[in-house]
Design a protein around this ligand. Structure first.
Ligand code: COA
Length: 187
């Protein structure tokens, strides 16, 4: 994917079929705390219920050349009083390990700090999700702690790791980008 141009847009109804399929992918289902299996009807209901919710922003990224959707990322639990939000990312199962995850995390984090004036972006990963942890560490997120056996996911209790990035840490990172953010990015 090196050299490709990605476009970012707010999540649209036309993204929901891909979103449902991705959530049923074994690696995504093992690592993201969604109800399994996902159905298109539930995803459509979720979209209708949350579309105008000011406490979250959901985006999809697509490859300009092919029109293929390659990632979705968002900020949830947006807390205006404390100026913080939780981040998530998921990459199309057939497009992993091409730099799209890092590009999507950098873009959505830039969006949180630059466009939403957040002071803190944080996220959770299951302990087993080494791919995601390595990505967050590489980008400069700080591993803040472990919530021991915090969730019961698909029949097993799991530790959850907390990662966070503060605005003053973000501003010193090579990928930090102030507003206005481009909706077109190069991988
Ligand atoms: C975690 C996830 C978002 C990572 O996305 P990704 O697109 O694979 O991420 P990247 O390609 O940017 O980086 C992944 C690895 O590929 C490597 N990579 C990037 N571009 C590459 C390329 N062109 N060729 C070979 N390897 C490459 C990176 O160096 C990185 O390696 P590392 O793990 O040894 O550090 C993705 O695996 C995913 O969607 N997982 C399921 C959902 C999930 O777990 N979400 C996070 C919940 S916390």
């Amino acid at each position: 994917m090196t050299g490709s141009v990605l476009q970012v847009r707010r999540l649209e109804r036309c993204d929901l079929e891909a979103r449902t399929a991705w959530f049923n992918d074994p690696i995504v289902a093992a690592n993201m705390l969604m109800d399994y299996p996902a159905s298109l009807a539930d995803t459509e209901k979720w979209f209708a219920d949350t579309r105008l919710d000011r406490r979250r922003r959901d985006f999809s990224l697509w490859v300009q050349r092919s029109g293929e959707i390659c990632a979705m990322a968002g900020l949830t639990d947006v807390d205006e009083r404390n100026r913080r939000a939780e981040m998530y990312v998921v990459v199309a199962p057939n497009m992993r390990r091409q730099g799209i995850g890092a590009t999507a995390v950098a873009w959505i984090t830039n969006y949180g700090f630059a466009e939403m004036s957040l002071d803190r972006v944080y996220l959770f990963t299951l302990r087993q999700n080494h791919n995601a942890q390595s990505l967050y560490r590489r980008l400069g997120f700080c591993e803040e702690g472990v919530l021991r056996r915090h969730v019961l996911h698909r029949g097993t209790r799991h530790d959850r790791l907390v990662f966070g990035l503060l605005k003053d840490e973000w501003s010193g990172l090579p990928w930090a980008h102030d507003a206005p953010l481009p909706m077109e990015i190069r991988v």
